[in-house]
Design a protein around this ligand. Structure first.
Ligand SMILES: Cc1ncc(COP(=O)(O)O)c(C=O)c1O
Length: 387
């Protein structure tokens, strides 16, 4: 009996099965393995947000189907957050739709916009869901390499015009996972004017917007013309250590929001309203927790930078996110990750797992307390400094 559909059959296999096997063997043998693999914040959600969630959870008013584009209080809080911090005006009624984490909307957007035969431009290395969503919609991904040579900003001039003629959607993500760079306003302005001329929708993934070190990332929706052709995905996950809560949103162009909303209405019944109330408090309350979070990731980044320097793995200092995108001096990214695991008992992610242009790089996620990070660094220095 056939079980899986052709589309599910086509889903890429799990690339890191062998690394997971080695990790499990080492743990079974009693080794202390330090994981800098997955990008999941280690710190708790700030207490004032948890308290708001607890209170809302006890309120039976929020126990029914949420439905619609999200709780209006939360949408108003999102709109005023955009106004206050990035000078962006949004209509909470029609230009914002609450998501079950931004991943859910990212996966569903191509299904709501693309037909078979349409092309979606997908940066690689990149968050795998852009391509998976496109594939599940029966459309075609055309990959845009992010390389050191192009400062990890996609070069649209390499796309053949026959492909551009079929292109309806492009994904951009800054601060970028996995390369940890920001995008300058001039670059984004050029992309907006290019896409407006070509009638290409821009889907901007701003999941890491609040995790930066020197300058605040450019707000895509604050740029002229962005809202005419684009939407932005954002989330509470990384800003407030709320990955498990599953609260995100999409905002921007009302027609695109309406189209995605129409699809979602037929697939899910929204995000638990108690969580949206907690989200309202997160966005409207004191943002000191964000400053503390950035200071913490900065300390970890600088600590890790000194480690890389002492083992001679030269790399660009991350501008945002909690990832370190490290160029390895030699060898394939999978073999370096295996060596890291076997010799230092440290887990990292091979760059090639994010796309072929990630070959030669390894991603470290700095989502562990400083003492664990120090331990990982000491082990890496012990193994590689001698070389
Ligand atoms: C680039 C990027 N976008 C979106 C997401 C999804 O985040 P969430 O669904 O928790 O909002 C992630 C999660 O790791 C990510 O790395």
């Amino acid at each position: 009996m056939r079980i899986a559909s052709e589309k599910v059959e086509k889903l890429p296999p799990y690339l890191f099965a062998e690394i997971d096997r080695i990790k499990k063997r080492l743990i079974d043998q009693g080794h202390d393995v330090i994981s800098l693999g997955i990008g999941d914040p280690d710190q708790p959600t700030p207490p004032h947000i948890v308290a708001a969630g607890q209170q809302a959870l006890a309120n039976s008013h929020y126990h029914r189907y949420p439905l619609g584009q999200g709780n209006l209080l939360f949408r108003k809080a999102i709109a005023s957050y955009y106004q206050r911090y990035d000078g962006v005006s949004l209509d909470p009624e029609e230009e914002i739709c609450v998501l079950i984490g931004s991943k859910e909307g990212i996966a569903h957007l191509p299904l709501s916009l693309l037909n078979p035969g349409d092309v979606c431009l997908v940066p690689e290395p990149g968050y795998p869901v852009y391509h998976i969503g496109t594939m599940l919609a029966g459309a075609t991904s055309y990959f845009l390499p992010l390389t050191e040579a192009n400062n990890f900003l996609p070069d649209f001039s390499v796309v053949p015009s026959a492909v551009l003629d079929r292109t309806r959607l492009v994904w951009l993500n800054y601060p970028n996972n996995p390369t940890s760079v920001l995008a300058p306003a001039e670059y984004l302005n050029e992309v907006i004017s290019f896409c407006r001329k070509r009638n290409i929708i821009i889907a901007y993934d701003a999941a890491y917007h609040e995790i930066y070190f020197d300058s605040r990332p450019v707000s895509f929706l604050s740029l002229p013309g962005a809202k005419e052709i684009g939407v932005e995905f954002h989330s509470l996950s990384k800003s407030y250590n709320m990955t498990g809560w599953r609260v995100g949103w999409v905002c921007g162009n009302r027609e695109i929001i309406k189209t995605l909303g129409k699809l979602k209405e037929n697939i899910d019944s929204g995000t638990f309203e108690a969580l949206q109330i907690a989200g309202t408090v997160a966005l409207s309350g004191s943002q000191t927790c964000l400053e503390e979070l950035r200071a913490c990731y900065r300390r970890r980044r600088d600590l890790f930078a000194s480690c890389l320097e002492s083992i001679g793995w030269s790399s660009r200092l991350p501008q945002g996110t909690f990832y370190y995108w490290v160029k390895v001096p030699s060898g394939q990214s999978v073999s370096v990750v295996k060596e890291l695991l076997e010799k230092a008992k440290v887990v990292a992610t091979p760059g090639v797992g994010f796309g072929p242009s990630g070959e030669g790089f390894v991603r470290f996620s700095l989502t562990l307390p400083e003492e664990r990070l120090r331990e990982a660094i000491e082990r890496m220095v012990k193994v590689w400094k001698k070389k």
